[in-house]
Write a protein that binds this ligand. Structure first.
Ligand SMILES: NC(=O)c1ccc[n+]([C@@H]2O[C@H](COP(=O)([O-])OP(=O)(O)OC[C@H]3O[C@@H](n4cnc5c(N)ncnc54)[C@H](OP(=O)(O)O)[C@@H]3O)[C@@H](O)[C@H]2O)c1
Length: 282
């Protein structure tokens, strides 16, 4: 039995679909916070169980009978470390035989604020002594959806990533890689990044090509970028985290030369230009 947490999330749904291409539906469990959101997944023959990282009593029953577990990192910042402590202890107690975890690219040294909880999760999983896989994902192409739209509308995109090269790939690419690792029970550290990387200047150019107009990139100081995002209505904590990520992206922390992603999925990853075309309907 392969169990996937966060299965009603954007990545989780794609992982379930990718798994369905590799293993029988009866071998897959979607562990979700809100089972009522999972009717479409159940309709595919996948077992649904309730698993809320914050509700200790849900963890053991949800994980019983699981051979391989994928923990999709949560999004409740400030609570994630405690959540991982509980979840990983429950997995060990339930007799789970293998744990995969969606981490961040270059996790060993990555100084990003968003990377801190991933480092803790990796340590907790390693300390169980169970066979494990760290799926160290770089950025999703889809993180730039707002940039695609505002670039096409206003002729400019903003950020604080300077000349840093970003090895982004589509969510579906990372989901396929996760499914490959789970289906085969492959252990190890996988540095997962796109087959081609881009700078923000280049991204502006790609958006311009699709939109049929010049699009420029305006690089800002991280604190100015955070203030600008806040002005657009992004909550303060998230604005700070995004600006912090860009600051370190400028130093290359979202870049990798690793070919682990294309090796796992057996093809090149989805170029950002393709995602832009899909989003802008070109
Ligand atoms: N690499 C990147 O560029 C990037 C970008 C954004 C996020 N991430 C990380 O990757 C993860 C997956 O990305 P995504 O796009 O799929 O994010 P997402 O759509 O926000 O999915 C997050 C999932 O976590 C679940 N979750 C949150 N709190 C939970 C709790 N207390 N108990 C159980 N489940 C809980 C959510 O459940 P519900 O479905 O019930 O809401 C959802 O299914 C994110 O959570 C984040 O850690 C990475």
């Amino acid at each position: 039995m392969i169990t996937v947490t966060g299965a009603t999330g954007q990545l989780g749904r794609l992982v379930i679909d990718a798994l369905l291409k590799r293993v029988p539906s009866g071998d897959i469990t979607a562990a979700v916070r809100s089972p009522e959101k999972a009717a479409d997944i159940a309709a595919k023959g996948v077992r649904i169980v309730r698993l809320d990282y914050n509700a200790l009593e849900t963890l053991g029953p949800a994980l019983a009978g699981t051979d391989r577990l994928l923990i999709i990192s949560g999004n409740e910042f400030g609570q994630r470390v405690e959540q991982y402590e509980r979840l990983i202890a429950a997995a060990k107690a339930a007799g789970v035989g293998f744990i995969a975890y969606t981490s961040i690219i270059n996790s060993d040294g990555n100084p990003m604020f968003l990377g801190a909880d991933h480092k803790v999760a990796e340590k907790l999983i390693a300390a169980t002594g169970l066979p494990h896989a760290f799926l160290r994902n770089s950025w999703y192409n889809e993180n730039y959806l707002t940039a695609f739209q505002s670039g096409a509308a206003h002729g400019a995109i903003i950020g604080a990533a300077g000349e840093g090269r970003i090895s982004a790939a589509s969510r579906a690419d990372y989901a396929e890689a996760a499914a490959a690792v789970l289906a085969e029970g492959r252990t190890g550290v996988f540095e997962l990044g796109g087959s081609t990387a881009f700078t923000m200047d280049e991204l502006a150019g790609f958006i311009g090509d699709v939109a049929g107009k010049p699009v420029s990139y305006v690089n800002m100081a991280p604190e100015d970028y955070a203030a600008q995002l806040k002005g657009f209505g992004v909550p303060e904590g998230m604005a700070g985290a995004l600006a912090d990520s860009d600051k370190y992206a400028a130093e290359g922390w979202l870049f990798t030369e690793s070919r682990d992603l294309e090796t796992l999925i057996g093809r090149k990853s989805t170029p950002i230009a393709e995602t832009i075309k899909e989003v802008l309907g070109a």
